[in-house]
Design a protein around this ligand. Structure first.
Ligand code: AMP
Length: 661
């Protein structure tokens, strides 16, 4: 046994012997922003007043709101007569108060020795220029602007520029395929796309502009493409349509008046997967979202003047929107922005950066923590991590082993860990510890934040007693709540408020509450797969597969994966005359990756003469999961063809190196 394995087993052993709880460490608590339960009490008395007080304290309004929540279930508004500008709140006011020189982002490129510190004043200047550039290209208030970039400082500048002129942005994760990008641009009716020549990832170049070109070819609404020069590589160019970022900003002034936006104006759309093939575009409002992002960032991550913040997500996901861009900038926080892969050039990259920049507060996903566990403690052991004060996780349930490893090896038994539960739709965190107050239990996101009310219910919507599993619902509105789905309010109402009445938001997650009132999230209960913290829809994957000429029918399921939370396993029925070969399996995996993005590449494709269906022809989804996970299948006599299942199980066991049972 290697030292690494021994260490991990040690941790697991410890877990099994005791179900420890972790009260706030006294040194942490002594300087924590929140040290007692008064915020919970205040919010319990009058949650609208609670949010209104914070809106007055944390946000600069051009016109302060007199209204608070208006709730016409399932639609809400917050602060609906207030006027503000998000980029003003994130930039101008800090510069005006004399903090222009403070670093907003320590940017670190993936290639060795590429770094750049961007101050609040510089970010304001770049934002103003690109905002004026967008105006010069004809972007008006309300127009949607697509953004498809890597992790460079110009990405937050582009988002802030959109916010400055009131043009909702639609950021698409740079790892998505051109087809996924096209779908998102089209569904949002984006007028402009901002991209870059290429990005860096794992030492290689990602052809963002070439992919963007393909996407734009299928997105007639996109009139112009703005291209940031990042690598300087050769790229295709359309002189009528494309414009270089550096040329666009060279010809315009840096000053751009921030638009007076209504609190309910749309700040951005951000697509996410649901249970159908078509991604949904939750629509977020300006005032409530900014407030929710800023409050949660400040209080959960205990932000001080000397905080060095690092949210290691990608800005293409909601975590990056709320906790790399809007929350931290509104709170005038100095943060780290890293372009590349955590394993490039080696697995200690993050720890080297923590040491170099004195990172105090580090926020990442359990899937990455599990990779760190697997790689062993030698990597963090190479670096001085004593600057760290607080750790966080998001995206999926964290297994207690990984939690304890994070606590012990990274936090050195000194740093509270905040396990934060939320979704693209919720805009910002809803269930999380407050680290100076909450006693932690590894694996639980603990309790709802002040002002947030949730419940766990059964199929009929009746609350279940502690200890029983059920569906997590949110029973009253919160400021960062998405207001609707872009261009599809009917889907908004039916998907999220169709189950238990118009006032109850259905999260799609299963959960359990223990006798102390702590929430334990159990993952999705709908047809959504969570791979490495990212939501993917089974239908989306199935639709991609049946587009392949060899495929007649397909089904996809999420199976437990020790590293990535879940892995995608696909079941395929081939068209007559097609034979299944390992090459075809490889082709199909690649096909899905190209259609949707690498994140959606199936771990295995299994072939059957039929899919596991009941005699009435319905795919038995539960059985797909059991096959993929290697469970005992029990009675299969209700199936149309029981032999098919045996063959699929054999292939699954072979694919995942299990001894067939
Ligand atoms: P997304 O909208 O893509 O950010 O995904 C949100 C989903 O991720 C939630 O519905 C949960 O299933 C999962 N999730 C996010 N954070 C947590 C967490 N701290 N614990 C458990 N599951 C989480």
């Amino acid at each position: 046994m290697s030292d690494q394995q021994a260490d991990v087993l040690d941790v697991i052993e410890g877990l099994m012997q005791e179900s420890r709880t972790f009260p706030p460490p006294p040194e942490f608590q002594a300087r924590a922003l929140v040290r007692d339960r008064s915020l919970y009490d205040e919010a319990a008395k009058d949650f609208e007043e609670f949010w209104a007080r914070l809106a007055g304290e944390l946000i600069d309004w051009f016109t302060p709101p007199t209204k608070r929540l208006e709730w016409d279930p399932p639609h809400c508004t917050w602060f609906a007569d207030g006027e503000l500008n998000v980029s003003y709140n994130c930039l101008d006011r800090h510069v005006q108060q004399g903090h222009g020189d403070q670093v907003a982002y320590h940017w670190v490129g993936e290639p060795a020795n590429e770094t750049r510190d961007v101050s609040f004043a510089e970010l304001l200047e770049e934002t103003g220029r690109i905002a004026n550039g967008l105006k010069a290209l004809g972007v008006k208030r309300g127009d949607r602007v697509g953004i498809y970039m890597g992790m460079v400082p110009e990405l937050p500048a582009a988002m802030l520029a959109c916010a400055r002129i009131g043009a909702p942005h639609v950021v698409v994760f740079g790892g998505f395929s051109s087809e996924s990008l096209a779908e998102r641009l089209q569904s949002a009716g984006a007028k402009i796309l901002i991209t870059q020549d290429e990005g860096w990832r794992k030492g290689g170049k990602v052809p963002l502009k070439a992919d963007a070109d393909e996407a734009v070819a299928g997105s007639p609404s996109v009139e112009r493409v703005v291209v940031l020069q990042r690598t300087g590589g050769d790229i295709p160019w359309n002189a009528q349509r494309d414009v270089w970022w550096h040329e666009l900003v060279a010809d315009v002034p840096a000053e751009c008046e921030p638009a007076r936006m209504n609190a309910e104006d749309t700040l951005f759309l951000l697509h996410t997967s649901g249970t159908t093939a078509k991604p949904k575009a939750p629509q977020h409002a300006t005032g409530g979202y900014l407030l929710h992002a800023a409050v949660t960032h400040r209080l959960i991550f205990d932000i001080h003047e000397d905080t060095v913040w690092w949210c290691a997500a990608d800005i293409g996901w909601v975590t990056g929107h709320s906790y790399i861009v809007y929350g931290p900038l509104a709170n005038r926080t100095t943060g780290l922005l890293y372009e590349g892969d955590p394993a490039y050039p080696d697995w200690d990259r993050h720890w080297e950066l923590v040491e170099r920049y004195g990172v105090t507060t580090y926020y990442t996903a359990p899937t990455l923590i599990r990779s760190f566990v697997k790689m062993g403690p030698a990597y963090p052991g190479r670096h001085d991590l004593s600057s760290l004060r607080l750790l966080g996780t998001v995206g999926e349930p964290i297994n207690p082993e990984a939690w304890l490893w994070y606590w012990k090896v990274i936090g050195q038994e000194r740093c509270p860990i905040v396990d934060t539960w939320w979704q693209t739709e919720t805009g910002a965190i809803l269930i999380s510890p407050l680290p100076g107050v909450t006693t932690l239990k590894p694996g639980s996101a603990t309790v709802p934040l002040p002002g947030i009310e949730v419940d766990i219910v059964d199929e009929r919507g009746t609350p279940v007693p502690p200890g029983s599993g059920g569906f997590l619902v949110i029973t009253r509105p919160w400021p960062g709540m998405f207001r609707t789905l872009w261009d599809d309010d009917e889907r908004y109402v039916e998907t999220y408020f169709g189950e238990y009445g118009r006032g109850v938001y259905v999260t799609g997650d299963g959960a359990k509450q223990d006798s102390d009132g702590y929430f334990w999230l159990m993952g999705r209960i709908d047809d959504v797969i969570n791979v490495a913290g990212h939501r993917l829809s089974t239908t989306e994957i199935e639709s991609a597969l049946v587009e392949h000429p060899a495929v007649a029918e397909a089904a996809a399921t999420g199976a437990h994966d020790p590293q990535r939370g879940q892995r995608i396993v696909c079941f395929v029925l081939l068209k007559a005359g097609q034979t299944h070969t390992p090459e075809l399996s490889g082709d199909l995996r690649e096909f899905v990756a190209e259609k949707i993005g690498k994140i959606a590449r199936p771990a295995a494709v299994l072939f059957g003469d039929d899919l596991p269906k009941t005699r009435s022809g319905k795919i038995m989804r539960r059985l797909l999961k059991d096959i993929a996970e290697g469970h005992d299948l029990g009675d299969t006599t209700t199936l149309r063809d029981a032999d098919v299942v045996e063959e699929l199980k054999r292939q699954a066991d072979e694919a995942f190196g299990r001894t067939a049972s």
